[in-house]
Design a protein around this ligand. Structure first.
Ligand code: ZN
Length: 426
């Protein structure tokens, strides 16, 4: 099995020696190393590798005779719900992302990319000949860990974010996306929607490590996604007054940390009340001295819910508590919605087709919903998309403890290969 060799070759890239976690942030040297790993993996397989205008990577297994596809497109939504320009869609794309959250795990993203290459290897071993192009894709800045907008590469490709706004995004050091791309040798002027590329895709299948324990409970190595909860990120900037921690009377303080703390607790309460999820994990106090009151605290709220009314009710509740607490402490509050992703229902005909294909091979793949966003969820607005999950025994994700058993990774490759064979091979 080629999976292990390919997996091992990617493992050291961007791993922090101290924490064992990954710091593969977009347009950094670690990201460049991931990109060169991708180009090497494609070259070893004779796949035609390219970077698109948005910095997403593609490795193409072209149909041998470039034959036009005459069979119906998989997933009838290509003809029903999707824009008319997609009717000529052709390629079957599998992939995921290689970037990470700060000190992320090895599997979130890379498992889908490595499995896509391994699935192509498996299909070639079986002598499958593609009747349509098959591609392995890597989407840039999926985690939003550097520039704050999740799925940035797929959003740009799909035309779901304004390119000028994207160019102006900044990282925590104030470096813009435009400058970071330029420094990495990529032209930021070219970013934006790519209708021709989208129109060449018949379906996108993303394999991903499960970020929960549902499959472990069901005793299944792989699952299929039904949809993704609506979710988003909000930035809350509390501005107070810097002062001395040892001399300023409590009554005289304008401490922005106090309403920020109220917001953190409100997120937990609101999530529980709406049977949803909400988290404040990133908090930046400025100047942040131990013996001083901060002048400003910026907090980020991540919220996810089974439906949009509950998502907006939850966020409204948190912001109302934050505003009341800010007023009580004489602190200004500026809130900004950084991103919201609507609920995603993956293409039902495509999912049903994959379920039948897997069942025919004796692969039991339960159908799950998830609260985690993915490029497949973004691309689902433009092309039929599906997701395969691989069992995560502990459910832990976005942590170095994230794990999947090798046998389950192999089961994932087998399932992805079955899907690609059904969708793309003669
Ligand atoms: Zn991921």
């Amino acid at each position: 099995m080629t999976f292990s060799a390919l997996w091992e070759s990617l493992l050291p890239v961007g791993r922090d020696g101290g924490t064992g976690g990954y710091r593969r942030f977009s347009w950094t040297p670690a990201d460049a190393a991931c990109r060169s790993w991708f180009f090497d993996a494609a070259a070893e397989r004779g796949l035609r590798a390219t970077s698109d205008r948005n910095g997403n990577l593609w490795a193409w297994w072209d149909a041998p005779d470039g034959a036009a596809v005459t069979e119906p497109d998989p997933g009838s939504a290509a003809g029903e719900g999707a824009p008319a320009g997609l009717l000529g869609a052709r390629a079957i794309v599998a992939g995921s992302h290689l970037d990470s959250v700060p000190d992320g795990g090895a599997y979130d993203g890379p498992l889908g990319v490595v499995s896509a290459f391994a699935a192509i290897d498996l299909l070639r071993e079986r002598g499958c000949r593609p009747a349509r192009p098959v591609a392995v894709a890597v989407f840039t800045e999926e985690e939003g860990a550097r520039f704050g907008v999740a799925c940035l590469g797929s959003r740009l490709l799909a035309g779901l974010i304004d390119p000028a706004a994207a160019r102006a995004l900044t990282d925590r050091d104030g470096v813009t996306l435009a400058d970071a791309m330029t420094a990495a040798g990529h032209d930021p002027a070219a970013i934006g929607p790519d209708q021709a590329l989208l129109a060449s895709i018949a379906a996108y299948v993303e394999l991903h490590v499960e970020q929960g324990r549902a499959l472990a409970g069901l005793g299944a190595a792989v699952g299929l996604a039904v949809g993704i909860w609506p979710h988003g990120r909000w930035r809350l900037a509390f501005t107070g007054r810097a002062d001395h921690a040892g001399t300023t009377r409590l009554a005289d303080r304008h401490d922005p940390m106090l309403p920020a703390a109220a917001a953190v607790l409100a997120a937990r309460d609101a999530a529980a009340g709406h049977e949803a999820l909400a988290t404040v994990s990133k908090l930046i106090p400025e100047p942040g001295g131990v013996n001083g009151i901060s002048s400003r605290v910026t907090a980020w709220l991540d919220a996810r819910a089974p439906d949009e009314p509950r998502l907006h009710a939850l966020v409204g509740q948190v912001l109302a508590v934050a505003r009341a607490a800010a007023t009580a402490h004489g602190v200004d509050l500026d809130t900004r919605q950084e991103s919201v992703t609507a609920a995603v229902d993956f293409d039902a005909p495509l999912r049903d087709r994959l379920a039948r294909t897997l069942a025919a091979r004796g692969i039991d793949a339960p159908v799950l919903a998830t609260g985690a966003g993915h490029d497949a969820g973004v691309l689902a607005a433009r092309v039929p998309a599906a997701m395969l999950f691989v069992r995560n025994p502990t459910g832990v994700s976005h942590s170095p403890a994230e794990n999947a058993e090798l046998a389950d990774c192999h089961a994932g490759v087998a399932a992805l290969a079955a899907a690609l064979e059904d969708l793309a091979c003669r």
